[in-house]
Write a protein that binds this ligand. Sequence first.
Ligand code: 6PG
Length: 497
Amino acid sequence: MRPVRALLAGPRGGAAWPGMSQEIGVTGLAVMGANLARNLARHGCRVVVHNRTRARTDALLAAHGDEGEFVATGSTGEFVATLQRPRRIIVMVQAGASTDAVVHELMDLLDAGDVLVDGGNARYTDTIRRTAALAEKGVHFVGAGISGGEEGALLGPSIMPGGSAEAYALIGPLLESIAAVVDGTPCCTHVDGDGAGHFVKMVHNGIEYADMQLIAEAYDLLRVRLGMSPAEIGEVFAGWNAGDLDSYLIEITAEVLRHVDADTGRPFVDVVLDQAEQKGTGRWTVQSALDLGVPVSGIAEAVFARALSGHAEQRGPARGALPGPAAPPEPVTDRDGFVEAVRQALYASKVVAYAQGFDQVAAGAEAHGWHVDRAALATIWRGGCIIRARFLDRIRQAFTDDPALTTLLVHPYFRDAVAQCQEGWRTVVVEAARAGVPAPGFASALAYYDGLRAERLPAALVQGLRDLFGAHTYRRVDREGSFHTLWSEDRSERPVG
Ligand code: 6PG
C-alpha cells in the first residue's frame, strides 16, 4: 500500500494538494461500495459512509472499522450534513433506477461546487442526462468507470472518471491514490467529457466479453480436437500466461479449469450450466457501435454467443436434428503444433478485439466531443481492471508513437505480431469449421482482418444492387461524384446531384 496518508492530509491535517481534503462520502455499501470505502480508509481518508439500510453500515464498521477512519451515518440528510465542503461523494449503487433514486435524493441536499461520483456500471447516456441535471445546480457529476471487481475495489481498481476538468481537480487525486499502480503510474486517468468515463468503461466491458469468448473457444477446441482434460488445458493456459498472452483473464482461466467440484469430483466446468449470462454492458457496447458505425465484430460475436448459449429451447431440438460434418474429422496428429496454432489464433483475435474496442472509443469521443487519450486509457488498463494484460503496454506504446493511429493493427509492432500468428490462426478457423466446433470469435476476427487488408471488397457489388433496386446511387473509382444507372431503360449512366 502506498503511504498516501500524509499526502492526503486535508484541512484537519496540514499539507495537501490544492483544494484537496482527506474526506469523502461513500453511499451504497454492497460489496463494491464497502470495499471502495475500505480502500479509501486504508489510504488515510476519513470516510463518511451511508447505506439505505443501516445494518450494512454497521456490519462494515464492525468488521473493518479498525482499518481507518470511518464515520457511520444513518439518513441521507445526516450523511450530507456530516461532509466537509465542497462535498465529495461516491455513489456505489446498482445502475439504473437505484442510481436515479439516490442521485435525486442527494441532488436536493447538495450545493454548488460539490462533486458527486457515480462509480457504478451506468449507461453512459444516463450519465450524460444526470450530468446535465446536476449542472443546473452547479453540482459536478462524475460518471466514473471502476473496474477490477470486488478485489480490485479493495486493493486497487482501474478508474476511468469522466466529467469536467474542474471536477477532476477536486476528485482525481483522491481516486488516483486508491487505484492500482503499474510502473509507478496510478491506473486512473481523466476521460474528459460528461458520459466519457462510463462510455470507456462500457467498451472495456465489451472487450472483456470478446476476450472471454476467445478464451472459451480456445478451451473448447483443445478439448474437442485433442481430447485434453480441463486440468490439462489449465496447464496450457498457465504456460501461455508466461508469454505474450500474459493477462488476468488467462491467469484465472487456468485457475477455473483446474478447479474440481467438491460434490462430484468432476471438473468444475463440467458441472456448470453452459448458458452464459450478462448484465448488459456488452450489449450496450454493441448497440452504441451500431449507432457509431464501428465494426466491433469480436464484441458482437461474444454477446451473440452468450445469447445463443442461453436459448435452451432452440438448442435442445437442434442438438438432435441438425447434422454435423458427414465424416468425423481426422484426429490431430501434431498435438503441440495444434496447441501452438490455438495460441496464435487467440493472440491474433485478441489484438483484433482490442483494436476494435479502441476504434469505438475514438468514434464515441468524436461523436460526443469528448477528449479521450487512447494511450492514457491503455496505460490505466494495464492494471487493476479485468482486461489487464501485458500487451496493453504495447498498445500504450502504439498510441504514444502515433496518437492519430487509424487502427492498432497497422502499428508495426502489432502488424508483425499478428502476421506471425496468421498461419496458426487460419489453421484453427479451418479446423473448427471442418470439425463443426463453433468458433465465431476466431472466425469473425479473421474475417475482419482479411476485410481490412483486402485490395477490393465486394461492397462494390452491394452498391450495384442498391442502385438497381432502389436508385441509391454509387461512386466510381475513376471519377468524382455520385452516379445512377438507368437499369430498366437503356442502362446508360447519369451523374446525380
Ligand atoms: C469489471 C467488470 C464488472 C462486471 C461486469 C460483468 O470491470 O470489474 O467488468 O463491471 O463484472 O459488468 O458483466 P456481465 O455480468 O455482463 O458479464
